[in-house]
Structure formats: structure tokens, C-alpha cells
Design a protein around this ligand. Structure first.
Ligand code: UDP
Length: 481
């Protein structure tokens, strides 16, 4: 640490996350880790995200714990009442790509006596081309951060080869179970339905989203390195393949486990430092009164929207399973409805008896709670990692982006859960809940526990992610000399 302290004030890193909850969460953890290692850190978000953080996250605790971590903002160009939800992501993405460059450039070149000059940009790969252009323009080293899973990043990166070897495109519904044989590092693991959602659809609606995500993945070749929120024991074969293409792959995850590991760092963060919603902690009190590993936690993340019909399939499935459940129903989760957590009359009794519903939960703490025995998840990458670290088996109901491939890895590669992909049916929900929580309970709890052990080992001194984080820190320092 002495050497780091000596260098305090010299290394100034700007982190630019994509304006989404999952991306902000994971990049905020990295920002905290860098601040703990005495970097001057600027965390750059859009005005809209900044306002939400100020409203719902513990910004005061953040600045007290990390005085060298500063929040800064740029406009995302959208009106205040714009939904910025899943179907509006394209607007957000295209505005940032077309207008944000001068705004980011100004931040990167500004320098005051109190603030050292920026020596490195860690840009979200979600904004791949934009961050590469702006870093080139101001001559600052760029490292990309990938908030999605390594498997998704790699499957997208390999898209041109998949088209070349005739594995793609997917030829309609009847082609969904065809096995992909030529993806390096994951041969014969994925069916077409397990590929990232951008590969789905007909030619006409496939091309644009796929082209831009693949394009962004290839932009990472312009960065000096890529940071992935994963660890060797989870994604080793993929990481080996990636290292053949990218000069530096820093597999530093699970980032939240690094922060929570008191053996490594002396500051313990509160979990709500980057929340976009008001955290309802009453569910922790409810969990305190539930038996050991008896509760299924249900959450579909920050972006997923579902129809009322699908909501009801889940609701019936959960109540009919007769298991206890804690369910996050975000205020904007059911398309076109407010107050969508009102309990349907026929399900009132079962919900009251065994269920608890909140608008937003302290998820990391919930997953670590001793009453939790399973997680019905949309398989967002952060949720998946949080469940892995907590040793909680999963039932996966993937929605979009990397979730389809993550759920395949959960069920077929890591064997820590079940994959409900492309099905939304109350009987299937009921059966899977009982399979996970009763019939195959020991099997899944044991494999999840073994995986959690590996995750904790990776962030302990000498572990792969622990070493990789130190490599990253050394590398950033070396670029400023
Ligand atoms: N999350 C939370 N409370 C909730 C639901 C989600 O704190 O009630 C957090 C969760 O811990 C995770 C993030 O929101 O860190 C969701 O990210 P993920 O990548 O899983 O999914 P996304 O929201 O990007 O689809």
C-alpha cells in the first residue's frame, strides 16, 4: 500500500458505464475497488442516472467511504419523462453514440490543481465505438469493461465465423434446437435458442441489433485490454480462447465478492450504493422469520417487462407450488400497468400465507440470507453472479441479451439450476420450483455450494481474480508513466 499511497493523486481513472442498472452496479464496484487502491476515480453517468442515484442510493456513505471517488454527469439527450426501458434502449444508445462524444471529451481533458489529469478511461463495452473514438481523440489509454457474461461477449464476437461456417442465421422456430458446433471454447454446448437474443428473429429485424452489438464487440480490439466480471473456475475455457484474440483479459470477478471480502480490503460497502429504485428492506425482517433455505427469491432484474398474462402464469405457479416466495415486482414491470402487484382474489390466501412482495429488494443481502433456498431469475449477469457467490441454486427464465446463454451455462455447464427458457406456463413453474426446492434440493444445493467456494477462493489472496485485479491495477499505473 505504501507505494500506492505515494502515487495517490497521480492516477486518475474515469469509468463510463452504460446507463443501465446492471452496468452501473458492476462498474460502481470496480470504481470502489480502484478507489480503495488509491486511484482518483471519476464515475461518469448520465444526468438521469445521476438523479436516480441521488434519490435512492446512499451517496453520502459513498463519498464518506471513498473521498477519492467522484460522480460526474453528462446529458443523455432524452426528455425527463422518457421511459428509458427495454424498448427505448435503442434511443438511448443511438443518442449517446451520436452526441455524447464532445461531452465525454471535455471531462477527459479537464484538469484542475486539485484533480490530476486523466490517465485511463475504463469504458463500458456497451458504448464500444464511442469510447474507442473519444480515447483515440484525446490520446488516453482505453480499457473496455464488459458487464455482460464472458460467454455472451465471446458468442457475439464470433458472429462472423458462425455465419461463415453456416451455423447462422437461425432458420425459424423449428431450427431452435439445432446444436452450435463451432463456437471455440463452447463447442456443442449451445442450441440456437441458447444464443444471445440478438441472434433471434427474422432476417429483417435481426440484422440491425445484431450488427451493432457485434460491431461493438469488435471495437474492444481497439482497447488496450478487456475487464470481465467473471473468474477462471467459472469461464476458464472461454477466457483461454479470448486471450488468443485480446492482448489483455482481466478476469477480476465477482466484483461484489472482492468488495465484501474483508480479508482483502478494509472498507465494507453498504449494498445500496448504486440503486435506481427505493430499496424495501422490510423483506429482510420477513425472511428472518422463515425456516432455513425455505424461500424462493423471485426477481427479473431492472429492465424486464412482462405481460399481465405471464405475470399470472408465474403467480399461479408460485402459489400452486406451496413453497414460500419473496417476489420483486417493480412498479414498471407489467407493461402498461401501475400498481401491478395487487394480489388477484383467487391467489390472495396462498400469497398472504407464504409470499412477500416488494418493489425493489436489497438483492445481494437477500441472496445471502439463510432463509433463501432458490432464485427464480431472469439470468441477468449480475444476478447470476450474485447467486453463484451466495451458493443459491437457480431457476432461469431468460428475457433478452446475454440471459439466454447465461441460463444455458447455469443448467448445462455449471449445473447449479434449471432452465425454463422460452416457456411461461404455471404448471412448469410449479414443477420446477418443486424440483429445485424439494426433489433435487440436495443435488443443487451441493453444486451451488461448491461453485460458491470457488468464487470466494478466486477473490482471496493468491486467487485468480485477486491476482488479475492486481495485474489490472499495475497495468493502469504503467500506462501513466
Ligand atoms: N437488483 C436489486 N434489487 C432488486 C432487483 C435487482 O438490487 O430488487 C440488482 C441486482 O442485485 C443486480 C442488478 O439489480 O445487481 C440487476 O442486474 P442484472 O445484470 O442481473 O440484470 P438487468 O437488470 O441488467 O437485466
Amino acid at each position: 500500500m505504501a507505494e500506492e499511497e505515494e502515487e495517490a493523486g497521480v492516477n486518475h481513472v474515469v469509468l463510463l458505464p452504460g446507463p443501465l442498472q446492471g452496468n452501473v452496479n458492476s462498474m460502481m464496484k470496480l470504481a470502489q475497488l480502484l478507489a480503495l487502491h488509491h486511484f482518483h476515480v471519476t464515475f461518469l453517468t448520465t444526468d438521469f442516472i445521476h438523479r436516480r442515484l441521488h434519490r435512492f442510493a446512499d451517496i453520502q456513505a459513498l463519498s464518506q467511504t471513498y473521498p477519492n471517488l467522484e460522480l460526474k454527469t453528462i446529458s443523455d439527450g432524452l426528455p425527463d419523462d422518457h421511459p428509458r426501458s427495454d424498448n427505448a434502449l435503442a434511443d438511448l444508445y443511438s443518442f449517446l453514440n451520436s452526441h455524447a462524444k464532445p461531452l465525454i471529451r471535455d471531462i477527459l481533458v479537464s484538469q484542475t490543481a486539485a484533480k490530476p489529469k486523466v490517465t485511463c478511461l475504463i469504458g463500458d463495452g456497451f458504448l464500444g465505438g464511442l469510447t474507442a473514438d473519444v480515447a483515440d481523440e484525446v490520446g488516453i489509454p482505453l480499457i473496455h469493461f464488459r458487464a455482460i457474461s464472458a460467454s455472451c461477449f465471446w458468442a457475439l464476437f464470433c458472429a462472423p465465423n458462425l455465419f461463415e461456417s453456416n451455423q447462422l442465421p437461425i432458420r425459424g422456430e423449428e431450427d431452435m434446437d439445432r446444436v452450435i458446433t463451432t463456437l471455440p471454447g463452447m463447442e456443442n454446448i449451445l442450441r440456437c435458442r441458447d444464443l444471445p437474443s440478438f441472434y433471434r428473429g427474422t432476417e429483417s429485424n435481426l440484422v440491425e441489433p445484431l450488427k451493432s452489438t457485434v460491431f461493438d464487440c469488435h471495437q474492444t480490439l481497439r482497447a488496450r485490454g478487456v475487464i470481465l466480471n467473471t473468474f477462471e473456475d467459472l469461464d476458464g475455457p472461454l477466457l483461454s480462447q479470448m486471450r488468443l484474440k485480446f492482448p489483455r483479459v482481466f478476469a477480476v470477478g465477482p466484483l461484489h465478492a472482492h468488495l465484501n471480502s474483508e480479508r482483502v480490503f478494509d472498507a465494507k460497502p453498504t449494498p445500496s450504493m448504486s440503486s435506481f429504485w427505493e430499496v424495501d428492506r422490510s423483506c429482510l425482517t420477513w425472511l428472518d422469520s422463515q425456516p432455513l433455505k425455505s424461500v424462493l427469491y423471485v426477481s427479473f432484474g431492472s429492465i424486464t417487462t412482462i405481460t399481465r398474462e405471464r405475470l399470472m402464469e408465474f403467480w399461479y405457479g408460485l402459489v400452486n407450488s406451496k413453497k414460500r416466495f419473496l417476489w420483486v415486482i417493480r412498479p414498471d414491470m407489467v407493461a402498461g400497468e401501475d400498481n401491478n402487484d395487487r394480489v388477484p382474489a383467487e391467489l390472495e390466501e396462498g400469497t398472504k400465507e407464504r409470499g412477500f412482495i416488494v418493489g425493489w429488494a436489497p438483492q445481494e443481502e437477500v441472496l445471502e440470507h439463510k432463509a433463501i433456498g432458490g432464485f427464480l431469475t431472469h439470468s441477468g449477469w449480475n444476478s447470476t453472479l450474485e447467486s453463484v457467490v451466495a451458493g443459491v441454486p437457480m431457476i432461469c427464465w431468460p428475457y433478452f441479451a446475454d440471459q439466454q446463454i447465461n441460463s444455458r451455462f447455469v443448467s448445462e455447464v455449471w449445473k447449479v439450476g434449471l432452465d425454463m427458457k422460452d416457456v411461461c406456463d404455471r404448471d412448469v413453474v410449479e414443477k420446477m420450483v418443486n424440483d429445485l426446492m424439494v426433489h433435487r434440493r440436495e443435488e443443487f444445493l451441493n453444486s451451488a455450494k461448491a461453485m460458491a467456494k470457488l468464487a470466494h477462493k478466486s477473490v482471496s489472496p493468491g486467487g485468480s481474480s485477486y491476482s488479475s485485479l492486481l495485474d489490472l491495477i499495475q497495468y493502469i499505473k504503467s500506462t501513466s508513466r
